[in-house]
Design a protein around this ligand. Structure first.
Ligand code: NAP
Length: 294
């Protein structure tokens, strides 16, 4: 079994990004600017946003964070979005999900200007992705595509099974894998909570992507011998052994699955670091107006 080291791959990509940003700054131009909006006090969301901010700054990006209280109204959040849409100094921004229950996520993601939607969740970007047109690709699925590319994992004609059909991970993942491209050209099965024979489906996968949001859901018996397994899940559990007081687990039971898989992403250090780097790749594209020229 070989580990797919997302941390290592993300460092390679980060070095490239840092060099590109340095060229922009050396030419006396404005550094790419990523902004983030976070609503409420969900600790995991705050950890993600801090990590995005830290990584952005380390690579020379400008980073700003708008922290709004959990009881902010939808209109107040929309006002912040409107402000960021108009701010010429901000190239791209994200609204960290999930939002509090009283908010309409679809309304919020659709209000972000597509040109600044570096998370790639706006219908325009998702539609362009579907059609294979230039688009900001959703960070997590695109990070996984980068991992497949880096490790030269052949997807052509392979059976890829994606567990989970969320708009931000599972569904775009299935689209990217089935596109006429490399990586791509896979035969994709998308499973969800109404899938009847999910275990059999998973066990028939050459490449299995778990994005189901259930801790250690995928067990060894659900994986074909020699499969490639990508674990998207992130679950915090209390731990006395770590300084932070918690440790991370995935959607895959690493213990049993790693005995069957040929290659597997660990949690942490697999998909997570790639998500952040994908977001920064999109932000640099926004600064250079590569996706929406003019
Ligand atoms: P989500 O929105 O909760 O979607 C979960 C999907 O899994 C849904 O499509 C759901 O089906 C399906 N599902 C849930 N329980 C199931 C079951 N028992 N059997 C079959 N299908 C089931 O989750 P998400 O946002 O895609 O995130 C998935 C996981 O990835 C989470 O652990 C999240 O924390 C993690 N994540 C990690 C990163 C990263 O950077 N590593 C980024 C984003 C998310 P229905 O549609 O039928 O309800």
């Amino acid at each position: 079994m070989k580990l797919i080291d997302g941390k290592e791959v993300s460092e390679v990509l980060k070095k490239k990004l840092k060099d590109e940003v340095a060229i922009i700054i050396d030419a006396d131009q404005r550094a790419p600017h990523l902004a983030a909006v976070i609503v409420g006090d969900d600790p995991a969301s705050h950890t993600y946003v801090s990590s995005k901010e830290k990584n952005a700054k380390a690579l020379g990006f400008t980073s700003s964070v708008y922290r709004l209280p959990g009881d902010v109204t939808q209109q107040e959040l929309m006002n912040t979005i409107e402000f960021l849409n108009k701010d010429d100094q901000v190239d791209g921004y994200i609204v960290q999900l999930p939002l509090p229950e009283h908010m309409d996520e679809q309304l919020v993601t659709s209000a972000i200007r597509p040109e600044k939607d570096v998370d790639g969740f706006h219908p325009v970007n998702l539609g362009r992705m579907m059609l294979g047109q230039p688009a900001y690709l959703p960070a997590t699925p695109n990070g996984i595509m980068e991992l497949l590319k880096h490790y030269q994992i052949d997807t052509e004609g392979k059976h890829c099974v994606v567990l989970g059909r969320s708009n931000i991970v599972g569904t775009p993942m299935s689209v990217l894998l089935s596109r006429k491209a490399r990586p791509g050209n896979a035969t994709v099965t998308l499973c969800h909570s109404r899938t009847k024979n999910l275990e059999q489906m998973a066990a028939s996968a050459d490449i299995l992507i778990a994005a189901i949001g259930k801790k250690e859901f995928v067990k060894g018996h659900m994986v074909k011998e020699g499969a490639v397994v990508i674990d998207v899940g992130i679950h915090r559990e209390p731990s006395e052994k770590t300084k932070s007081g918690f440790r991370l687990k995935g959607d895959v039971d690493f213990q049993s699955v790693s005995k069957k898989a040929a290659m597997i992403t660990p949690v942490p250090g697999g998909v997570g670091p790639m998500t952040i780097v994908s977001l920064l790749i999109n932000t640099l594209k926004a600064r250079k107006k590569e996706v929406f020229p003019g």
